[in-house]
Design a protein around this ligand. Structure first.
Ligand code: G3H
Ligand code: 13P
Ligand code: ZN
Length: 317
């Protein structure tokens, strides 16, 4: 095991009615928090790296930190932790190629903002290169609202996936999994406070009927835990109206054809909330280890909660 593709993970998840958590990583503490949770829960993992994460932390650093997590799990916990290393929202052939050449086992080519034929052509080109190197490819149809690699997609510009397109898209591109838009969105401000957010399970069902056995991916799946929003707001932050996807709806999606659920914002909230609270309580402290340690512990706690209560992938590694 160790660093693997998502192929086997998705097969088991599809048949078992659960999903694999795909968590974004940007530094050592985030990687340690996530992997500690996965080890304790014996859960398979996808660690994903965005273009922004690569430019912040450097591809080689992130790859080596993930390799270190696998090695540490084996040596110190006696556990072969299966991790798929994935490029999140690759926007060009070049970035996908660079990640494939640099040891990732999975890439996303996100050409969902392009016209259908252009999306197919670019996805197909990435699939050909990836498959020739033993790497799997996630593609996307439909547009999510929210912030993606610093580009803001307004709710008006977002659009649900058209179920009638998915079969042709998958057949012509050869992609291994498909991200669809059913009402989730990126970031912490997903829904208006006081509304009752509902994912479009009718679209998910329609898509999965047209693609039997095929793994579906949900982006923008943070639930924006209110305890961390409160922690931020009570300690100098200003995040009114931060609302996420209800966890019971994600659990339902995981029991259907959704095999990969992407979570990033919830981890950022846990880290920022913890650090704000710590700094407020200890204004004279200046050692980063003092606030990064509880931040890492809270990342572990939130990931553990997701693995057990949302994804249902605990004990599946
Ligand atoms: O979907 C976007 C992810 O949350 C990554 O965000 O581009 O700020 O690293 P980022
Ligand atoms: P959130 O912003 O809801 O965490 O979504 C993360 C994501 O989709 C990463 O690709
Ligand atoms: Zn995303």
């Amino acid at each position: 095991m160790g660093i693997v593709t998502s192929t086997e993970m998705f097969k088991k998840a599809y048949n078992g009615g659960y999903a694999i958590g795909a968590f974004n990583v940007n530094n050592m503490e985030i990687i340690q928090g996530i992997t500690a949770a996965a080890i304790e829960e014996k859960a398979p993992l996808i660690l994903q790296v965005s273009k922004g994460a690569r430019s912040y932390a450097n591809h080689i650093y992130l790859m080596k930190l993930i390799e270190a997590a696998v090695e540490d799990a084996e040596q110190n916990a006696g556990f072969e932790l299966p991790i798929c290393v994935h490029l999140d929202h690759g926007d060009s052939f070049e970035i996908c190629k660079s990640c494939i050449d640099g040891g990732f086992t999975s890439v996303m080519i996100d050409a969902s903002s392009k016209p259908f034929e252009e999306n197919i052509a670019l996805t197909k080109k990435v699939v050909e290169y990836a498959h020739a190197h033993g790497v799997v490819v996630e593609a996307e149809l439909g547009t999510l609202a929210g912030v993606e690699d610093e580009v803001n997609v307004s709710a008006e510009d977002s659009s649900y996936t058209r179920a009638e397109d998915v079969q042709e898209f998958v057949e012509r591109t050869g992609c291994d999994s498909l991200a669809i838009a059913i009402g989730t969105s990126h970031g912490a401000y997903k829904f208006k406070p006081g509304t009752n957010p509902q994912l479009r399970f009718d679209i998910l069902e329609d898509v999965s009927n047209r693609l039997p056995g095929f793994p579906i991916v949900l982006h923008g799946a943070s639930s924006v835990p209110q305890q961390f929003v409160k922690m931020i707001n009570e300690n100098g932050g200003n995040m009114p109206g931060a609302i996420g996807v209800p966890e019971d709806q994600l659990r339902k999606a995981a029991s259907m054809a959704v095999c990969k659920i992407n979570i990033d914002s919830d981890l950022r909230l846990a880290m920022t909330g913890t650090i704000r609270e710590y700094m407020n309580a200890h204004p004279d402290h200046f050692d980063p280890r003092q606030y990064l340690k509880p931040a890492r512990e809270n990342i572990k706690a939130i990931v553990q909660h997701k693995l057990v209560n949302v994804l249902g992938c605990n004990g599946k590694a």
